[in-house]
Write a protein that binds this ligand. Structure first.
Ligand code: EPU
Length: 357
């Protein structure tokens, strides 16, 4: 187990916020976690599990013991008539995993290309893009209970997946957003994910439901693209709309797209008929938070060194650099100002997506 003291977290969070960890442990195998838990001083915690740092806002130095997940490994575990099962270490970069599967002739993850972060973080917020969510390609995961040191495996139902949500985002006493699990199933701060198994269904079929992909299909005249072509389309769409965190610090979408009742949706349409809304299968409507923020005039604006990205108002960005980076406080001040204007104009409360540390 490799331990670093007073370690800068700036290279390890995609916002590029300057903050430090008192103690950072590089976790390269399950045994590193067990050694840490058995350690007289560090084993007492509290712990903070860090994946790719692409979905966090650091508001100060981190006093908890930081577990930087670096467990590697990618392999085809099973090849059945129904599916390919791929196993990936929690510390693999998600995009590398997507590329690896395609290079090995295992399609199914292409719509989730270029999502920043690690494999281990993917189930935490049930990553999703262009019509596919992690839960649609999930088999099971292995984790370690930080309270007891026990290793355990969870299937999809036990993970309590919902839109950008899972048991890993909820404190032990809270229910999950989908309400599907009994109270007490929250695992935030308690479980550290070590391996994830993905289920890539056969026969493969291109998932082209998302409007941006339909447009690409029409523009190129390719009605039945290969998985590699879908991968390339998704990468091109993301590169055109979303800032590269290596160039402009950000944490992806800063707010969740809110879900409203048909009555609320009609009320908002009455306020502005152009509002982007999608009917859901349960009768509710999902609103495009980026459109709501844009309609309030925030796109391209800044407060201090926290900015709203010019090409996608749902993404907040770091307009500072190096030691002069944005602070987590500035990001949250901007986020609150946006929430207030969207609430005043549309009566909708936007919920932040990243974890605020
Ligand atoms: N829009 C605007 N102005 C803006 C931004 C968006 O009018 O400034 C409109 C767009 O024109 C479009 C609609 O809002 O009609 C939706 O925009 P987009 O297709 O970019 O998707 P999104 O709903 O903003 C979600 C996910 C993204 C994911 C994309 C594609 C959430 C919170 N975000 O964004 O996920 O890549 O769909 O599936 O669900 C992330 O979670 O970090 C993330 C990037």
């Amino acid at each position: 187990m490799l331990v670093e003291k007073n370690c800068s977290l700036q290279p390890f969070n995609s916002f590029g916020i300057a903050a430090r960890a008192q103690t950072l442990v590089h976790v390269r195998c399950v045994d590193d976690i067990l050694q840490l838990l058995a350690h007289e001083e560090l084993g007492r915690g509290p712990f903070f599990v860090l994946g790719g740092g692409s979905n966090i806002v650091l508001t100060g130095d981190v006093k908890a013991v930081v577990l930087k997940m670096e467990i590697k490994g990618l392999r085809l575990l099973e090849d059945t008539p129904q599916a390919w099962i791929v196993e990936a270490g929690a510390g693999e970069l998600w995009h590398d995993c997507v590329r690896w599967t395609l290079a090995h002739g295992l399609p199914g993850l292409e719509n989730l290309a270029l999502i920043p972060g690690t494999v281990g973080a993917a189930p935490v917020q049930n990553i999703g893009a262009y019509g596919v969510e992690l839960q649609d390609r999930f088999e099971s995961l292995d984790a370690v209970d930080l309270a007891t040191g026990q290793c355990f495996t969870l299937d999809a139902a036990q993970c309590g997946f919902a839109y950008r949500d899972s048991v890993f985002k909820h404190a032990p006493s809270q229910p999950t957003a989908n309400g599907g699990l009994p109270r007490g199933m929250g695992l935030a701060g308690r479980a550290v994910i070590t391996r994830v198994r993905l289920r890539l269904p056969k026969p493969w079929k291109a998932e082209l439901g998302y409007l941006d992909l339909q447009r690409r299909s029409a523009e190129t005249g390719i009605a039945q693209p290969t998985a590699q072509q879908v991968f390339e389309w998704v990468c091109a769409i993301r590169r055109a709309k979303l800032p590269d965190p290596r160039v402009v610090g950000n944490a992806g979408s800063f707010f969740k797209n809110p879900t409203v009742t048909p009555e609320q949706c009609l009320d908002i349409i009455a306020r502005d008929p152009r509002v982007v809304h999608y009917p859901m299968t349960d009768g509710s409507f999902k609103l495009a938070a980026g459109w709501l923020i844009d309609a309030c005039g925030w796109r391209g604006k800044s407060v201090g060194k926290a900015g709203v990205y010019e090409k996608q108002a749902l993404v907040l960005v770091n307009r500072g650099h190096g030691q002069d980076s944005v602070t987590g406080g500035e990001v949250m001040t901007l986020a609150r100002a946006i929430q207030t204007s969207v609430y005043e104009r549309f009566g909708i409360r936007l919920e932040p997506e990243p974890v605020v540390v």
